[in-house]
Design a protein around this ligand. Structure first.
Ligand SMILES: *Cc1c(COP(=O)(O)O)cnc(C)c1O
Length: 393
């Protein structure tokens, strides 16, 4: 049997990622492949490093994209900074903190868990208490933007707590980068990883990371070899490093990096502040529309992420049927609840290129239609006016 080519439908991606990829980025992806040691490609690598420094608001020399998804960026931070026997304070207020714990333990470290309820930010008081109880802790790890719950934690305060206690910080900025402030240098964050498929609106599969000078020193002074050959930053540095001579480590995903470059150029053209303002405005309009419809948000207003909106599923509504109708009838993807929130919330992403006035209006319209058909008790005809009021304010 002959298998035919795959032609995906044109969806609107308003889930927890991947988000809509701009046609400019898809266009860049299809340009001719060149060698990964071609002088022109080496130049492109240098530009990507500079553009990532801009996105991360850092001057860290060790700033580069790992050739694998956000989870690999996470792992790169842990395997390079955790040595066997280390104590690491890990904050968990959703799915991703649990993965950090896994990483610490697989590196032979001990994870001291600081737990907060799903839907709440990380408590700085609890972190302070954890440092008091475990003064030997050498790292603090936390998620800045918890995609599983739609909550933002106070990264600046948490990084400061790590510094005060002589520890380095590992920050998950997968969903935050390019959607809300990620100020690596101003915060004094030590190892920060992100992903390309959330607010950068690039294709999935690349993970930008940045390491402070303090983190680089810790990596250089390790007495145990990094357990992962692929993610060992000393080796990766030889490939992505500053000198003109590049040592072959692996073959960079050449076309994927064209795409990343294009998405970062787009971010630079728009400007970080303008991108943050756009995410915030569209978030406010979406929330106004949802609330006018009679739905409620799952997270307190002061902790909400503009790029990931957790909405309570109204009683009596069939979660799966609503999402299936949105996908099948409207080509619209929104996210299901994860872990403890499965079946309780929807997660509506407004990330990167998908954070537009058009998508806010489209999502409100489609959701209202589908919920009405299901007989949900919502207020009809009010959502768009409420969203409009935000847009025209
Ligand atoms: C999506 C996400 C990840 C994992 O990224 P992948 O590209 O899926 O590997 C990690 N942390 C957070 C907070 C995320 O939202």
């Amino acid at each position: 049997m002959m298998t035919s080519s795959f032609f995906p439908p044109q969806r609107t991606l308003m889930g927890p990622g991947p988000s809509d990829v701009s046609p400019r980025v898809l266009g860049a992806l299809s340009r001719p492949t060149i060698g990964h040691l071609d002088p022109l490609f080496v130049q492109l690598m240098d530009e990507i490093k500079e553009l990532l420094q801009y996105a991360f608001q850092t001057e860290n020399a060790l700033t580069l994209p790992i050739s694998a998804p956000g989870s690999a960026g996470m792992e790169a931070c842990f395997v390079n900074l955790v040595s066997p026997g280390d104590t690491v304070i890990v904050c968990q207020n959703g799915v991703f903190g649990g993965r950090m714990k896994e990483n610490v333990e697989r590196c032979g470290g001990t994870a001291v868990m600081v737990e907060d309820a799903w839907g709440e930010p990380v408590s700085t008081d609890k972190v302070r208490a954890a440092f008091a109880e475990h003064p030997q802790a050498s790292l603090l790890a936390f998620v800045h933007a918890e995609t599983s719950t739609g909550v933002r934690s106070d990264a600046q305060a948490l990084c400061a707590l790590a510094r005060e206690n002589g520890a380095l910080s590992i920050v998950d900025a997968v969903t935050s980068l390019a959607g809300i402030e990620v100020k690596v240098d101003a915060w004094g964050a030590d190892a920060v990883y992100s992903g390309t498929q959330k607010c950068l609106s690039c294709i999935p599969g690349i993970s930008p990371v940045t390491f402070s000078q303090r983190a680089v020193e810790r990596i250089q002074n390790r007495s145990h070899k990094v357990q992962s050959w692929f993610l060992d930053m000393q080796l990766v540095m030889g490939y992505w490093g500053g000198s003109a001579k590049r040592a072959y480590h692996h073959t960079a995903p050449v076309n994927d990096l064209y795409a990343l470059h294009e998405s970062l150029v787009m971010l630079q053209e728009e400007g970080l502040e303008a991108a943050f303002a756009r995410h915030l405005r569209n978030h406010r309009a979406l929330v106004a529309g949802l609330e006018a419809m009679g739905l409620s948000m799952a997270v307190a207003a002061e902790h909400r992420l503009p790029q990931l909106n957790a909405v309570n599923i109204p009683a009596g509504v069939d979660d799966g049927a609503v999402r299936a109708a949105l996908l099948n009838d409207y080509d619209l993807e929104i996210g299901a609840g994860l872990g403890a929130l499965a079946g309780k919330t929807w997660r509506i992403g407004l990330m990167g290129s998908a954070s537009t006035e058009r998508n806010v209006v489209y999502c409100l319209t489609a959701l209202e239609a589908v919920l009405s058909r299901q007989g949900a008790s919502i207020k009809k005809g009010a959502a768009l006016d409420a969203a409009s009021a935000v847009f025209s304010a």
